[in-house]
Write a protein that binds this ligand. Structure first.
Ligand SMILES: [Fe+2]
Ligand SMILES: [Fe+2]
Length: 372
């Protein structure tokens, strides 16, 4: 029964064997089994229960197998050897009807058992991790809820702030609108103050302002600059408040003294306006509206670039309006004469580009007095 090959094969697969007789004494035991169970065997009959105490209590079952009444009996053995705990299955096998000897096969399942243990351990660890993960998810849920809550609170706060900003912006717009309205009312009042006193100027400043703005737009000036010209046009003759009205409406030539009084009106206008904080240089434009580019104007006799461009526009619009529209005390020479006059003086006393723009406005029908 024993051969080197079977011993090697059995050891290789963790299977060892022994043979027992009817007295339940071991009559053969493999060396490798002795090593596996960490026991000594001197070769003489030895009680199987000494070697495998796991069998104590099942003597009757073992006897049945040895006597051939039963073919097999198996049980699990656990044995703490000198070095480690080993697990093994014990099979007591016999051929049916064969009385006398039985084979005791020991199958080492230590590794399988450890494997099962490690699987169980892994399962336990996985379960623990799952529990931790669930807890983490719960925590995360709570954090998310807290975040959502604080986001909602933030949104409410933002809404309140937005409403406040909106309200303040509306208030600011209202007060800006009010300031602008007051400003325009003030300009109109100043303009009417002169017109009330003096029929000569009725509508003059407004019409000059309209033409000057049209010229400025024709020349591509910004909306901001056009607005400054509009205001300066409305007020350019405000200084005539200082001039006795009979001088202004006097037919025929004025004396030098009378003319000198009239010539003071740009300066008087400047004096009236210079302390008003306009967003444009209105007072300077008014001061220069009778200056001419060849230096023959008044009150300072400025020339060329010394004169503000807005004042140059105003001077052209002023003379065209004065000649081109009727006055209560005289018939107008007409718009054609007015345009002829500025055309003759183009580049001499009036800026050439401004004159060209003004003529274009009338000739091409872009501008007329009739839509007043
Ligand atoms: Fe004037
Ligand atoms: Fe004027």
């Amino acid at each position: 029964m024993k051969s080197v090959i079977t011993e090697a094969l059995f050891s290789r697969f963790g299977i060892f064997y022994a043979i027992i007789n009817t007295d339940l004494q071991i009559i053969f035991i493999e060396d490798s089994l002795c090593r596996f169970l960490d026991i000594e065997w001197d070769g003489t009959g030895q009680d199987v229960f000494d070697v495998l105490p796991e069998m104590v209590g099942i003597e009757e079952d073992i006897r049945n197998v040895v006597s051939g009444r039963r073919s097999e009996y198996s049980l699990l053995g656990i044995n703490r050897t000198l070095y480690e705990e080993i697990f093994f299955n014990i099979y007591v096998i016999n051929s049916p009807g064969n009385a006398g000897e039985a084979l005791v096969v020991i199958r080492d399942v230590t590794k399988e058992s450890l494997y099962r243990q490690s699987i169980q351990q892994s399962r336990n660890e996985i379960e623990l991790l799952q529990r931790q993960l669930m807890q983490k998810n719960l925590d995360l849920d709570k954090t998310n809820r807290d975040l959502l809550k604080s986001r909602d609170e933030q949104q409410v706060l933002n809404q309140v702030l937005e409403e406040k900003v909106h309200e303040r912006t509306r208030q600011l717009e209202q007060s800006t609108e009010l300031a602008m309205r007051l400003f325009h009312q003030t300009v109109n009042s100043l303009m009417f103050a002169l017109e009330k006193r003096d029929s000569y100027t009725v509508g003059h400043q407004r019409r000059v302002s309209r033409l000057a703005c049209a010229i400025a737009r024709e020349l591509g000036l910004s909306d901001e600059a056009v607005e400054g010209i509009r205001v300066a046009g409305y007020l350019h003759d405000i200084g005539k408040i200082y001039v006795p009205s009979e001088f202004l409406t006097k037919p025929g030539r004025l004396s030098e003294e009378e003319f000198n009084v009239i010539k003071a009106h740009p300066y008087v206008g400047f004096e009236i306006l210079r302390d008003i904080e306009f967003p444009w240089p209105v007072a300077s434009i008014v001061l220069q509206h009778h200056e001419r580019i060849d230096g023959t104007g008044y009150p300072m006799g400025l020339e060329g670039d010394q004169i503000k461009f807005e004042a140059k526009i105003l001077s052209v619009a002023d003379v065209v309006e004065a000649m081109g529209t009727n006055r209560p005390y005289r018939i107008s020479p007409g718009i054609d004469r007015a345009l002829e006059e500025i055309s003759k003086q183009k580049g001499i006393i009036y800026d050439a580009g401004i004159v060209d723009a003004c003529i274009r406005l009338f000739r091409e029908g872009i501008f007329s007095w009739t839509d007043e």
